[in-house]
Write a protein that binds this ligand. Structure first.
Ligand SMILES: Cc1ncc(COP(=O)(O)O)c(C=O)c1O
Length: 394
């Protein structure tokens, strides 16, 4: 029988938004491999290897490192739900949408949440965090390393020290940093962290890498109440991921895990340092190109993310019209602003596979065309030639 529903034939896009990012054909091919059972010896090998590769990418020796079945938000929820019991105090650092989400998740887990706030686009100083942890003495302080909603990069080392001095645990969101810029779980003393597959790991959305350090594991082991989420309860999920006590918990998304395995192989083949340098180089070239076109960053110099470039939309330019043209005429997706930045900024992602010279040059040329027809005066070729110069002098 004929069905009126056509097969899935998505358009080819260049994903330069806030995520998902471009995916390597190698990852897509791995995901199309035959599905095996979730306790098949082959899959158990894939799980073990994925854990080991994740440890390398997170730069940690934490045994409890794995992928949670679900997107980045599931990773956030897994970390918060396992560390927090009703009545526990938690500080959520909010300088963008995702810090706010963490506070919401913590409240749903029964935490007494203190919201430490900064305007969108700014970052926290260790001094203000120190003052807050002294006052509140939280069990957990949650903070976002790379705020995708604003393009701000949060320094963590000093904050880690002040949180630990006050006896708290440091929980970090590295959704838009892992695999694109240094994330040093052990060296920075991060107690728990989560990420998502669809940003700098360049794998489709669907899994959330997480890691828990020794102090976080101790907290989980000594809980008085059950974790309020059955699905994300690490006391059970970790048995499935452990070679010693392998037991069914839920059916792992097998083919998603194949994809993550291949994505991690690609990252380790490239090498973490060369990969971070590539992200920096493309970010600097994009920045030079945009500056030559009169476009400014929304985040102060020194705190700009190489993976997510939030820039101010020139006065009088129609945000949606430009993004619409970029998508329709050039196949390029970029993001609009979120929350108070809606309509004011564009978010240009240079994550993983998508962080390339090809994408930078193509985007600058396409943007010039869109701006010129929107009546903005830009010198022809200025963006591309400034970026080109930046690559030559890099
Ligand atoms: C910093 C940050 N945290 C958490 C999330 C939530 O991840 P997901 O949308 O994959 O659930 C995102 C998604 O964009 C993010 O950028």
């Amino acid at each position: 029988m004929q069905t009126p529903f056509p097969p899935v034939t998505p358009p080819r896009r260049i994903l330069m938004g806030p995520g998902p990012s471009d995916i390597s054909p190698r990852v897509l091919a791995a995901m199309a491999a035959p599905t095996v059972g979730h306790l098949d010896p082959y899959f158990l090998r894939i799980m073990n290897e994925t854990q080991e590769m994740l440890r390398q990418v997170f730069r940690t020796r934490n045994p409890l490192t794995m992928s949670v079945s679900g997107t980045g938000s599931a990773g956030m929820e897994a970390c918060v739900a396992n560390l927090i019991e009703p009545g526990d105090r938690m500080i959520a650092c909010i300088n963008g949408v995702f810090g706010g989400r963490m506070a919401d998740v913590a409240e749903r887990c029964g935490a007494e949440v203190t919201r430490l706030e900064r305007p969108f686009g700014e970052v926290f100083t260790a001094e203000e965090v120190e003052e807050a942890v002294r006052k509140v003495s939280p069990k957990v302080l949650g903070i976002v390393h790379a705020e995708t909603s604003t393009g701000a990069l949060q320094p963590l080392e000093d904050i880690s020290r002040v949180v630990h001095d006050a006896g708290g645990l440091l929980l970090v969101d590295c959704v838009t940093s892992l695999g694109g810029l240094p994330v040093e779980i052990d060296a920075w003393g991060v107690d728990a962290a989560y990420s998502g597959t669809q940003k700098c790991l360049s794998c489709p959305p669907g899994l959330a890498p997480v890691t828990f350090g020794p102090k976080a594991v101790e907290v989980i082991d000594n809980r008085k109440s059950k974790v309020q989420s059955w699905y994300l309860d690490m006391t059970m999920v970790r048995n499935y991921w452990s070679d010693q006590s392998r037991a069914y918990h839920h059916t792992a998304p097998i083919n998603m895990n194949y994809g993550l395995h291949e994505a991690l192989r690609i990252i380790l083949e490239e090498g973490l340092e060369p990969r971070f340098e590539r992200h920096q180089r493309n970010h600097q070239a994009l920045k030079s190109g945009l500056a030559a076109m009169g476009i400014e960053y929304a985040v102060a110099e020194g705190h700009q993310l190489p993976t997510l470039n939030a820039v101010r939309i020139p006065d009088g330019v129609d945000d949606k019209a430009v993004r619409g043209r970029l998508l329709e005429e050039f196949g390029i997706e970029i993001g609009g602003g979120l929350g108070p930045m809606a309509g004011k900024v564009w978010r240009i992602g240079l994550m993983g596979e998508a962080s390339s010279k090809r994408n930078v040059m193509l985007f600058l040329a396409a943007l010039e065309e869109c701006l010129a027809t929107a009546g903005v005066s830009v010198t022809a070729g200025a963006g591309v030639s400034a970026a080109s110069e930046a690559y030559r002098s890099a």
